[in-house]
Design a protein around this ligand. Structure first.
Ligand code: GUN
Length: 291
């Protein structure tokens, strides 16, 4: 089966829309998400505009604040401190990558943990690793939802499955491995120094590729019937002169012949990442009110 991220994301967004309406009825205001973008990275401009629009679409008060590329770290930290102190702000997202000269760690550590919808603050990372309720990064949450859909269709049982996560980033690979482990899979975390990746892939009932290199995972590496989640978004030259197209980290046409379920690029993980940003915003708002 093809895991259709767009239709699954629509279900998540409908659930969030209902939750936002309930929250607004009870508390007399909508949950608030503030997105900070520093500089003019074209991809980040598209992503942040999409996040703001998606927030408004489910009734969240979404606000995108664009700061000039020359912004100094101290100014950005002051902006974050103001948002931390503002009771109408439930969720803060600082878009990455930040311009050179701004310390990413210092910035991410400055976001109040209870407003950290990206789940990047060490407080939330520690809660996740301890198996305690936390704000969890959006992309891994989206991947888990896709895997849950495959499980509901009888393709896999996560409990006891062999899961292979390729890529050890803080945004995707590491939290993904934690979530799969909490769901009782037996997890291997592979990376650029891993030996004989094809052999590991051939044993994986669940394979999550977050490498950032186009079409690296070949069809013949896939265990027949496996669930394949492709987190990669790579732009490569298209057949037509001067055009480009998006592909994942998995050679989709080959892999879909062997996989039991596979997510496409585009239209797989991407739509779910934004849907779970909205879900995390609602969750942060509810948790802050509950104290
Ligand atoms: N840049 C690419 N992915 C992400 C993400 O998940 N969160 C933020 N803040 N920036 C990103």
């Amino acid at each position: 089966m093809i895991l259709d991220g767009k239709s699954i994301a629509e279900k998540v967004r409908a659930e969030v829309r209902e939750g936002v309406e309930r929250f607004a009825r009870r508390h007399g205001r909508a949950p608030g998400l503030d997105v900070l973008l520093v500089g003019e990275d074209p991809a980040s401009q598209v992503y942040t505009r999409n996040k703001e629009r998606a927030a408004r679409d489910v009734g969240i008060r979404g606000r995108l604040e664009v700061l000039p590329a020359e912004t100094r770290e101290a100014e950005l930290l002051a902006r974050i401190a103001a948002l931390n102190a503002d009771p109408s702000v439930d969720a803060i997202l600082v878009q990455l990558p930040l311009p050179a000269g701004i310390g990413e760690t210092r910035v991410l550590d400055a976001v109040a943990p209870d407003k950290d919808v990206d789940g990047f603050h060490p407080h939330n990372v520690g809660l996740l690793v301890s198996g305690r309720p936390a704000l969890v990064p959006c992309t891994p949450l989206g991947c888990m939802r896709l895997i849950a859909e495959a499980e509901a269709a009888g393709v896999v049982q996560v409990r006891g499955a062999r899961a292979l996560v390729i890529g050890r980033s803080n945004i995707v690979g590491k939290p993904m491995a934690q979530l799969l482990q909490s769901a009782h899979a037996t997890v291997t975390l592979a990376h650029s120094h891993t030996r004989d990746l094809p052999a590991l892939c051939r044993e994986a009932d669940i394979l999550v590729a977050a490498i950032g290199r186009p079409e690296t995972i070949r069809g013949e590496w896939i265990k027949p019937g496996a669930v394949v989640i492709d987190v990669g978004i790579n732009r490569i030259p298209a057949a037509e002169e001067g055009k480009t197209r998006l592909v994942g980290d998995v050679a989709f046409a080959e892999a879909k012949e062997r996989a039991g379920a596979i997510s496409p690029v585009p239209g797989g993980v991407g739509p779910l990442t934004i849907a779970y940003l909205l879900a995390n915003t609602l969750r942060a708002a509810e948790q802050r009110i509950a104290g």
